[in-house]
Write a protein that binds this ligand. Structure first.
Ligand code: PLP
Length: 224
């Protein structure tokens, strides 16, 4: 388990690196840090909370439920970042996540909107784009992303689309990862009303920020 000292050290390192990268973009560029706690325990989340972190991300609805209930008296904001199975939609709605990053098809949007309406609720979401064009990754095809974003915004009024999310290309080659981030950023720029561009993980968040990310999802660099 991570110690309090190690958590502070990790958080300092990430924040320093984020500062360095975002200042290369602009003084006005603000980057939000979501700590991905999917491989971490409730105790470890508490340690990072004490070190100052407030936003956490989980990729399974059940884990989000268990951890947010266990940490009910701690003022955290919870992000959902994983593939959402249709039979888990109602469970996720009941957990009131701050932001759902992984709306990855029109089909899911239709189903989610229907269930939100039935409960009289809304949800902040990001459209996940498969900018790396990898079969292993979820997300809409980058060529269709702007049109799908518009369609969801217009048709599904209980979904509040706030922007886009991508996972960088799975590659050792920085130019390939960069290309995938640039693809997402150009889609983000074309989506009307979009304010959040969620991209960058432990291994590539600096590059993501340089490409225009304003929300990074970092797990292992914080918790290990
Ligand atoms: C696990 C995960 C992350 C964090 O990955 P790390 O490499 O541990 O920083 C970010 N985004 C998504 C969608 C994830 O599933």
């Amino acid at each position: 388990m991570i110690t309090h000292e190690k958590a502070i050290e990790n958080l300092d390192k990430v924040i320093t690196q984020v500062e360095f990268s975002r200042l290369q973009v602009s003084d006005h560029c603000i980057v939000q840090l979501v700590a991905v706690s999917k491989y971490s325990t409730v105790e470890e989340i508490k340690i990072l909370y004490k070190a100052g972190q407030r936003a956490f991300g989980e990729n399974k609805v059940q884990d989000l439920k268990d951890k947010s209930i266990a940490l009910d008296d701690t003022p955290l904001s919870w992000h959902f970042i994983g593939s959402l199975q249709k039979n888990k939609i109602n469970n996720l709605i009941d957990l009131n996540p701050t932001l759902m990053h992984s709306l990855d098809s029109l089909d899911l949007a239709q189903e989610l909107d229907k269930k939100l309406k039935a409960k009289g609720k809304t949800m902040n979401c990001l459209l996940q784009v498969n900018s790396a064009n990898e079969d292993s990754k979820s997300g809409v095809n980058p060529n269709d992303a702007v049109a799908i974003y518009k369609e969801i915004s217009e048709k599904y009024s209980n979904i509040h689309l706030k922007g886009v999310m991508s996972i960088g290309a799975h590659s050792e080659d920085k130019t390939i990862i960069k290309q995938s981030f640039e693809t997402t950023k150009s889609i983000f720029d074309k989506c009307e009303g979009a304010t959040i561009c969620s991209m960058g993980m432990s291994s590539d968040y600096s590059l993501a920020i340089l490409c225009g990310s304003n929300m990074i999802r970092v797990g292992s660099a914080l918790f290990k």
